[in-house]
Design a protein around this ligand. Sequence first.
Ligand SMILES: [Zn+2]
Length: 453
Amino acid sequence: MKSNAASFESPSTPVESPAWHEVVAAPWVGIWQPRRTAAILAAATRPAFWASYAVGATALAVIVLTLTMWDASVRDYSASKAVDASALTGGSLVQVWREWHAQSVVGTAEWILFLVYALLPIVMGLGAWLFLPSVHCGGRIRDSLGRAFRAMTAGLGLFVILLFPFYTWIVLLKNMAELGGFPGRGFVIGTVIAILATACLFVTWLSRAVRGVVRMASPPSLPPRCEDCGYDLSHIPGDSLCSECGLHVDESLTPNRRRPGAAWQRGRSPGSWLATSIAVLFRPARFYAALRMREHDDLSHRFAVFHYLSIAAGAFSTTLVIAICEQIPIEAIIALPSFSTFFVPLVCWATHRLIGSVVTSWWVSRDRLPDVRWAATVIVFEATYLWIPCGFVALFAGSLAAFGPWLTQLSIRSPLPGTNVELAVILLGCTAICLGWFWRYRSAIRSIRWSNF
Ligand SMILES: [Zn+2]
């Protein structure tokens, strides 16, 4: 086994295909090494990869089917409230199987299997598309999408391993409720929080796996451009003016004059992180006009990670303060902040990636980027903008905690049918803020498009 993440540094490095049994086993034995696991799947031959996918999908289908049948078997006993001897001797799962197929050959079981097999590639394809800006470094977009899909497949083993105990526990809780021994709401809330926390970990795992399938294309050779209008300066003397817009050629081609880089690019520290965040949030056009676009390293990725961690901390503390002020029961004071600590960053991550992928797809389709990797750089720095919707929701929720449902009290009617006015304000406000994000990306592409550094 010679292929590893390092093999992907350059497309010219030959990647030796791993043995097929390594490929099939990789998603299960490689759960501690996301990058390596994804690299193995990316290097696999097509039949070996699809064998690995089929094993993962089948394991998922078997677990979902078996646990759903187990769930149905207990509900059957509790409905009659009497022990059916024939069901016990025949085995409860067999009984459920027979009931599911009493009417026709194709029963509930086949529908469950069909749903798992049909939905899985769609969900994984969507995941691959969300990660596409981090994977696509040039070449055909189909190839990048395929590699991102392979990184998603690397996570299939871990997903099944995580799903099994959670689904078992949920079925147990349901069974206890149906048989009259419900352990209490605290267990349900605890389960929801544990699922959210695990989902955060899983997303982190996938983000790491994706970096194992990146094939760093050598940077495209770009001609020197006028930073203002994009005019090709290849044959213009250094001491003259751009013949299109009149900007001095020196302005565009002297390193560090127009693009000294963000504070975060010049040095990594909490201070430079904060300074960069303030700059990108309040003056995006100026920030991107000064950003160095040709530096690609893992550290810029950390810029976004620190934002997610800060948002989690912010969500925890804000919800805790609101919960304490509201004088709700102690269980809720513990549960609500724990819930928002994981829920808010997850929603933020999904929105951030979704809008980033939409924008990148648009830029790629319109050929707006000289180097597609610049999209990933912009997306990383745009993580800062997540503070705007988070701040809006936190302030509004705080006002509700302090003054009660003041919009309802002012007799303002909800603009959205079927919701109260407070929920409508949060939904519409967040939608408007997200639409504003597209404007920011538009401003970013104008500032980076003719970057020489
Ligand atoms: Zn010009």
